[in-house]
Design a protein around this ligand. Structure first.
Ligand SMILES: Nc1ncnc2c1ncn2[C@@H]1O[C@H](COP(=O)(O)OP(=O)(O)OP(=O)(O)O)[C@@H](O)[C@H]1O
Ligand SMILES: [Mg+2]
Length: 225
């Protein structure tokens, strides 16, 4: 019964350990983010927000400690097992969208389903459903360069949702957007949290955005405050 739960236990990420340039980007973090929780992750530039989110999303490995996704410790997983967990349980949204420029909106959204081995008919149906959810009908065949920033981020959200993950992690998802467009992106993310009970962790610099989450986690110098 721990669907969508994230636990960080005694978590460290130390760069250049033991050297004069040592940097404790994540310095002994213990947090539990419950199923369906909406949490903002805030802190000054360089405080470890992206590092922590990358550890939670298995994009990076901790120096010490572990992250448990739905009760499973990720440090014990093989590369393939981590890839499977990422594909099936986690949706990640980046500040700079990170779409594949040579692929259309529909192909970008379809890609995680291809990696998972989902059949063609089902992929097509899901792409249509997701294009509708993010209100981008008619833009299926546009490449990222033929979309506005907000539209690109909506494609990225649809892509993150393609395999129906229970957990959505976003690193400054509105950072590259103007305020109004950022608000529509946040509305969409909040809707996913409210209506589908998805666990939502959002890194943000913007106090206004942080305030809209019921819970805020603050990190300073790699430690939770
Ligand atoms: N590969 C690396 N090697 C050495 N130090 C690193 C590396 N990656 C990050 N750091 C350091 O880790 C610290 C935390 O960086 P991180 O990117 O997590 O900060 P952040 O809170 O996301 O900042 P911002 O708000 O500017 O995005 C910084 O001091 C950074 O210089
Ligand atoms: Mg960052």
């Amino acid at each position: 019964m721990n669907n969508g739960e994230i636990v960080c236990k005694d978590l460290y990420k130390i760069y250049n350990a033991g050297m004069p340039t040592e940097c404790r980007a994540v310095n002994g973090v213990n947090i539990t983010i419950g199923m369906g929780e909406h949490t903002s992750l805030i802190g000054p530039s360089g405080s470890g927000k992206s590092t922590l989110l990358n550890l939670i999303s298995c994009l990076d490995s901790p120096t010490k400690g572990d992250v448990y996704i739905e009760g499973v410790g990720i440090s014990g997983l093989s590369g393939l097992e981590k890839a499977k967990l990422r594909r099936e349980k986690l949706g990640f949204i980046f500040q700079q969208f990170n779409l594949i420029p040579t692929m259309t909106a529909a192909e970008n959204i379809e890609l995680p389903m291809r990696f998972r081995g989902t059949g063609g008919a089902e992929r097509k149906k899901k792409v249509a459903e997701l294009m509708n959810l993010v209100e981008l009908e008619g833009k299926e065949n546009n490449r990222p360069s033929e979309l506005s920033g907000g539209q690109q981020q909506r494609v990225a959200i649809a892509r993150a949702l393609a395999n129906n993950p229970q957990i959505i992690l976003a690193d400054e998802p509105t950072g590259a957007l103007d305020q109004k467009t950022g608000e529509t992106i946040m509305d969409l993310l909040r809707k996913l949290n409210k209506e589908e009970n998805k666990t939502l962790v959002i890194v943000t610099h913007d106090p206004k955005i942080a305030k809209t989450a019921p819970r805020t986690i603050k990190i300073v110098d790699g430690k939770i405050h």
